[in-house]
Design a protein around this ligand. Structure first.
Ligand SMILES: Cc1ncc(COP(=O)(O)O)c(C=O)c1O
Length: 384
């Protein structure tokens, strides 16, 4: 189809997804098989056993690789499985620098599981790039950044941190879950690995877990393929299919998420019951300028401060359209209480350090009619 690179929405629909050869089916079939017949000893059609390769999963990996602009992609059973697989690049004694405001489960697996294998972790506010430079030691192998962060929406300058990492021979991984490749391209900004909980915007329909690592180097690809084969935490063919199906509409969904996110943030910022709104698209966000430069949209994740647990719970109980639930990135509006949900694991002290109060609620603004979302939030805030 010519020399020019196809646009994002086109690639989301076509890359890795040629019509199937036998029947011409335009959708990649779900290959429900654990093994493949071989013609003779040592001769097969490219597939031996489904823990290693599966055509549905292969199609998905090609699609995600194209959208992030990497050289290969490797999907796992969840975002946490992907992060854990990434950390198998480390050896005892290696050190990792991580954003101090990451998803609570990321910090939990680092501190409560991987630290037992002799890895060490330092958490810094990566929104100040100099903090990363100061935390890197001779034994540092990886800097892991989440931007925007969960749930405080703090932004890290990916290019600045990538330059610091590369000057010191350290790799940079970026958790791109909150924006998806539609609004943020970390590899183009210098990241060595991009990871996602595909459970969120990439899937988009709250109907399947998943995780992905997108690579930029052959040795990473070799490593992650080997980890898929050795540890087996791969994504099933059915969930690979759901994710491929979700990705086809990523561009249109993200445009609507962004439009709704901006409108809801503006509404909440002007509401008397709301003490503060954390949304990079608002001009008063401390890194609004960086977000404008680094991202091609602001997305639909935002947090609001209601002042106390009682006020937060009263708001949660009054919701009619938005669901009080963990997770994010679905077509429906999802509202969570970080202190007791995503960030329960880091304890009260950890939350206090990050500014995650008992009165903080996080909203993943869905793509329902925005007037309906705002009306629901308005009635839930009434009397607060
Ligand atoms: C930013 C981020 N990264 C990683 C994860 C973990 O992903 P999963 O729940 O798919 O294991 C989450 C889950 O909420 C997340 O929000």
């Amino acid at each position: 189809m010519g020399e020019k690179k196809l646009g994002f929405a086109t690639r989301a629909i076509h890359d890795g997804q040629e019509p199937e050869q036998v029947t011409g089916a335009v959708n990649v079939p779900i290959f429900l098989t654990s093994t493949y017949q071989q013609e003779e000893i040592g001769k097969h059609k490219g597939h031996e056993y489904a823990r290693l390769t599966n055509p549905t999963r292969d199609a998905l990996e090609e699609s995600l690789c194209s959208l992030e602009g990497g050289t290969s992609a490797h999907v796992f059973a969840s975002g946490m499985a992907a992060i854990t697989a990434m950390l198998t690049m480390m050896k005892t004694g290696d050190h990792v620098v991580c954003s101090d405001n990451v998803y609570g489960g990321t910090q939990r697996v680092f501190d409560k599981v991987l630290a037992n294998y002799g890895l060490t972790f330092t958490y810094v506010d990566t929104s100040v790039a100099e903090n990363v430079a100061a935390a890197i030691r001779p034994e540092t192998k990886l800097v892991h950044v989440e931007t925007p962060t969960n749930p405080m929406m703090s932004i890290t300058d990916i290019r600045a941190v990538a330059d610091i990492c590369h000057a010191k021979g350290v790799e940079l991984s970026v958790d791109n879950t909150f924006l998806s490749p539609y609004f943020q391209q970390p590899i183009a900004l210098g990241a060595d690995i991009v990871m996602h909980s595909t459970t969120k915007f990439l899937n988009g329909h709250s109907d399947g877990l998943g995780g992905v690592l997108v690579c930029t180097k052959p040795e990473q690809a070799e490593r992650f393929r080997f980890v898929q084969k050795c540890t087996g935490g791969i994504l099933s063919p059915f969930e690979s299919y759901l994710l491929l199906r979700g990705v086809k509409t990523l561009a249109v969904r993200m445009k609507q998420h962004d439009a709704n996110g901006r409108a809801v943030a503006e509404f909440l910022a002007g509401h008397k019951a709301v003490k503060k709104v954390f949304y990079p698209g608002l001009a008063d966000h401390p890194q609004h300028e960086l977000a404008t430069r680094q991202q091609s949209g602001f997305g639909s994740m935002l947090s609001l401060e209601l002042g106390s647990l009682e006020r937060a719970n009263a708001f949660a109980k009054r919701l009619r359209l938005g669901y009080l639930a963990e997770s994010l990135g679905g077509v429906e509006t999802l509202i969570c209480h970080p202190a007791t949900m995503t960030h329960a694991a880091i304890g009260a002290e950890g939350r206090a350090r990050l500014g995650i109060t008992d009165g903080l609620m996080r909203i993943s603004v869905g793509i329902e009619d925005v007037e309906d979302i705002i009306a629901d939030l308005d009635q839930a805030l009434a009397g607060r």
